[in-house]
Ligand binder design. Structure first.
Ligand code: 4AD
Ligand code: MG
Length: 478
């Protein structure tokens, strides 16, 4: 089925056997006695070296073998004469599938800035950096499914188009088939959504959680893994308008169980990458080390693999929001008025506060719990004191919040009270509320931002560089 991948060929024993390579030229180098073509097909970070003799092929053919061109090479797999690779291919025939005029082909064998590569997102998967990221992203996605499958969870497909705002944050993209130039009106002059496709207002989902809970109330343990959409106008290195979220939801799990699962889950998927993506992680580690050379010694961060192993090997620090506020109030940057945002009980922690706790104070991942009810979503279970909710956020070094979750309010009256309090029309959520009337149960869940995980594992500074085609304000080109 299809040609052998370069990854497989590189592992084969060289016995002069005939071999066919298909891939894109990374570099071509000519010496007096040989022409070296480094070919890559994306199956691995490593190129295979094909060696031709000068004069073996017409000048015309060899001139079309340039960086970025796509070739089929027939040859023989032999032991490599040079250092740097075990095997190489002695070329017998070359077919050029597609040329890439070096005058205009933007990817040349030199360092390109990540900003520039973002402008050519259609080609950047052909670079070492992005192919490594995309392979790691794949491995992490696979590990997510494997982890939950092994733990008896069922993958539930929740809808992408919804009529509810799960997070109540009002950051939704509208879905409509109405003609924006000829909007139907009600007698009162408002837009008449009864005439819209679904007969009501609909949006792209911000979270699959609410439907996920319906699944958990029948299958006990489910997870979702799908695209979510948020129209928040945040031009940060941590936000996308379209991102992938993994949301497990478990009946009979309390907050403690939820934290245990979240910690075990991230550790296991990171371990999977450490075992299965060694070459790509090594490549990215070296890339980062190069970047860090310009920084003074004491500002350099741990090498990537050490950082990942550290997170896998050490227990996360667990504390309440109230305890975290106390630490912040006693902190040096607070006393010296170095924080941009005020600290005090009731504030929504900003990323400078989260990063202080994780990177300066504890120096490891932190799970914060029991946040003030006012700053968290309506569905979180109220604590006994009525002031805080059973929320949990997992904070990671360099990333900030990577997971947000909670135990859910399973009491009908209390939940209805919160729905009204935050100004949601209970009629829009009748089906969600009914789960609390028919066989309600204690349950919990969380959401892991998949790109933030990929960012952490790859060490990339900008979330736009860990998804193939990022969506952010004023950008939906590819
Ligand atoms: O904390 P959030 O908003 O929680 C929820 O959506 C819950 N319904 C999850 C649940 O309990 N089932 O989002 C969860 C995670 C965040 O911790 C963050 O990692 C990621 O989703 N996230 C984003 N990632 C990229 N771009 C954005 N704009 C993101 N917003 C949230
Ligand atoms: Mg959150």
């Amino acid at each position: 089925m299809g040609p052998l991948q370069i990854k497989e060929i590189l592992q084969a024993t060289p016995e002069n056997q005939p071999i066919t390579l298909k891939g894109w030229v990374r570099t071509k180098r000519e010496s007096k006695n040989a022409i070296f073509i480094a070919l890559n097909d994306g199956s691995t970070i490593h190129n295979i070296q094909a060696v031709a003799e000068p004069g073996q092929f017409s000048d015309e053919l060899m001139q079309s073998v340039t960086t970025g061109s796509c070739l089929k090479i027939d040859g023989q797999l032999v032991e490599s004469q040079g250092s740097g690779q075990v095997v190489e291919v002695k070329v017998n025939a070359i077919e050029v599938y597609g040329t890439a005029d070096p005058e205009v082909y933007p990817l040349q064998p030199k360092k390109h800035s990540l900003e520039f590569l973002r402008e050519i997102a259609h080609l950047r998967p052909r670079t070492n950096t992005f192919s490594a990221i995309l392979r790691i992203r794949h491995a992490l996605a696979f590990a997510v499914h494997q982890y939950f499958n092994d733990k008896g969870f069922f993958y539930l497909h929740t809808p992408v188009i919804t009529a509810s705002d799960a997070e109540g944050a009002g950051e939704m993209f509208r879905v409509t088939t109405l003609d924006l130039n000829k909007l139907p009106r009600t007698e009162e002059g408002a837009i008449n959504f009864k005439e819209d496709f679904f007969g009501r207002e609909t949006n792209l989902t911000v979270s699959g959680q609410l439907e996920g809970e319906l699944g958990a109330m029948a299958l006990s343990k489910i997870y979702t893994f799908g695209p979510t959409f948020r129209a928040e106008n945040s031009n940060t290195t941590r936000h996308l308008a379209e991102f992938w979220m993994i949301e497990p939801e478990m009946a009979f799990f309390e907050l403690e169980d939820n934290m245990d699962l979240a910690e075990d889950f991230v550790k296991k998927v990171i371990t999977y990458a450490l075992i299965n993506c060694k070459d790509d992680l090594n490549f990215l580690q070296n890339r980062l080390a190069d970047e860090e050379k310009s920084k003074p010694q004491n500002e350099r961060s741990l090498p990537l693999l050490e950082k990942l192993s550290f997170v896998v090997d050490n227990p996360f620090e667990r504390l309440t929001y109230t305890e975290a506020i106390d630490i912040l109030l006693k902190s040096k940057p607070h006393k010296e008025k170095k924080f941009q945002y005020q600290v005090g009980w009731g504030i929504d922690l900003s990323s400078e506060h989260e990063r202080y706790l994780v990177e300066k104070h504890f120096k490891k991942p932190v799970i914060l719990t029991n946040y003030p009810r006012e700053i968290k979503s309506f569905y979180m279970k109220l604590d006994e004191d009525g002031k805080t909710v059973r929320a949990m956020d997992v904070l990671f070094p360099g990333i900030g919040e990577i997971i947000g979750g909670s135990q859910r309010e399973e009491n009908y009256e209390k939940l209805l009270g919160r729905v009204n309090e935050v100004g949601i029309d209970p009629q829009n959520l009748w089906w969600y509320l009914e789960t609390r009337q028919f066989g309600t149960a204690p349950h919990s869940g969380f959401g892991l931002g998949f790109e933030r995980l990929v960012q952490f594992v790859t060490g990339m500074g900008n979330i736009r560089d860990v998804i193939p085609f990022p969506r952010y304000p004023k950008s939906a080109e590819f």
